[in-house]
Design a protein around this ligand. Sequence first.
Ligand code: G3I
Length: 469
Amino acid sequence: MRIIKIEMGIAFFLVLTLLNCSEDDNKNSPEPSTKLAIPFASIASNVTDDSFQANWVLVPEAENYLVDVSTDSDFSVMLTGYDALIVQDNAVTITGLSPASNYYYRVRAQKGTEITNNSNVITVTTTGVAPEESEDPTFLKVKANALENPFFVGVAVKSNQLTEGSAYDVVLKNEFSSITAEYEMKMDPISTGSGSYNWEAADKIVNYGNDNGINVHGHALVWHNAVPDWLSDFSGTDAEFALEVKKYITDVVTHYAGKVSSWDVVNEAVDDNGNMRNTIFLQKMGPDYIKDCYQWARDAANAAGDTDLLLFYNDYATSTNIPKQDKVFSIVDNLKSNNLIDGVGFQMHNNYLSPTKEQIETDINRAVALGLKVHVSELDIQVNQNNDISYLTEERALAQKEKYKEIVKIYNALPKANKYALTVWGFKDNESWIPYSTDLNHPGNDWPLLYNNKFELKKSHTGFLEGLE
Ligand code: G3I
C-alpha cells in the first residue's frame, strides 16, 4: 500500500510540475493576441426594392461577424432573422424588405468568446414606391380624409405600442391620422430635474408620427396631475419656481419644434366649481400663470421658427358644468385677445346618456364663435358608469354606437376653419383608464372605446364611421 502511496505522490508531483511548467510557459509566452478591432461598416450596395447588401471592412483575426438590421435607428427592435446574424464574410445580402423604407445596419467582429462593440450605423432606403395607403372605406381616417372638410382622426398612444408590425402599429397606420401621448409627453415622465430631461419615450412617439406622416398633438405642458417630485418639492422662491416652469416650457417646445403640430399648454386649470383650480402653479405663480405659460410657449415656438404651432387649452366636463364652462371661456377669451391661443380641447370623457347633443354643441360653439380650432381631445364613452351591468350588453353597445355617431356628426358639421382633430382616448376597452378607475370613482368594469380586448371592431366603431357620412 505504501508503494502505491509513493507512486501516487510521484504522480501528484509530476502533475504539479506540468501545471507549473504550463504556468511558467504562460508567464513567458507572448502577450495574448491584440484585441479585435471594431469593424467599420461601409455603405450598402445592390439596393433593390426588397433587399440590399450590407458591407463592412474586414477585421484581421476575426472568425466571423454579428450583423444587426432594424427599422429603428436605435435598434430597439431587430428585423426577424437579423439579430446578431452570424456571417463569415465581410458582406451579407439582407432580403424580405419593404419598398421605399428605411433600414439600419451595424456589425460586430467575433473571435472565440471575444466580441467587439458595434460598428458605426449605416442607413439604407430601399428603392421602389411605398404601397398605396389602403383605401379601405371602413378605415376611420380613410373615410375622414374623403370628407369635403377633412379632419384628423386621433388616438392616445403609449410608446411601447409603436413597434413596427405590432397590432397597434397596423391599426394605427390604417385607421388614424393623429396621435396623442396618453402619458409620456407630460412633465412628470420628461422632466428629471431643473433643465434635465428624459426624452426617450416622448421622442419615440414623436418620431413615429413624423416617420409615418401621422400628426402629433402634444399633451400636456402644464398639468397639476403631472408635476414631477423635484418640482412639487421645490424649495426655491416663487419667482425661481416660475423660472423653472418657463425653462421647461421653453425647452420642450424648442425640442419638438417642427415635429409637434400643437400643444395642450395648460390642462384642467378650472375646478368643478368653476373657479381657478388651486394648483401649485396658481399658488406659486399667481393668477396670471396661465397667460405666462402660453406666452412662453408662443415665444419659444416663434424663436424656433415654429410659427405654425397651435396652442390649445384642454379641459373636461364643460358641456354639462356651466359654471366651469363659463370660467374656461373667460380664460380662453383673455388668451385669445392676447393672440396666445389657437384652439380649445374638449376632453369628452362622456357616457351613453350624457352630455346631450345640444349641450355638446353649445359648449363647442363657444370656441367656434371665438374663431378657435376645436379638438375633441380624449373621447371615450362609458356604458357602465353606474356599475349596473357586468358585461357589454347589446342594448348598451347600441346606445354607445349612437353616442359615438352623434359626437362625430357634431364634429363633422363644424366649419372647416374650426376643425382640427377628433381623438379617442386609447385603442382597446381593457386598456382604457376608465375601468375600475379610482380617479373617476368608477366602481366596476367598462367598455368605452372602439375595439374590444381582442382588438375586434365594436358597434362603437361602426357608429364612428356612420358619423362620418
Ligand atoms: O409607465 C409607468 C410604469 O413604468 C410604472 O411602473 C407605473 C407605476 O408607477 O406607472 C406607469 O405610468 C403610469 C402611466 O399612466 C402609464 O401609461 C402612471 O403611473 C399613471 O399615472 C398614468 O396615468 C395616466 C393619467 O392620465 C396620468 O398621467 C393615464 O394613463 C391617462 O389615461 C390619463 O389621461 C388623463 C389626461 O392626460 C388628462 N385628462 C384626463 C385623463 C384621464 O385621467
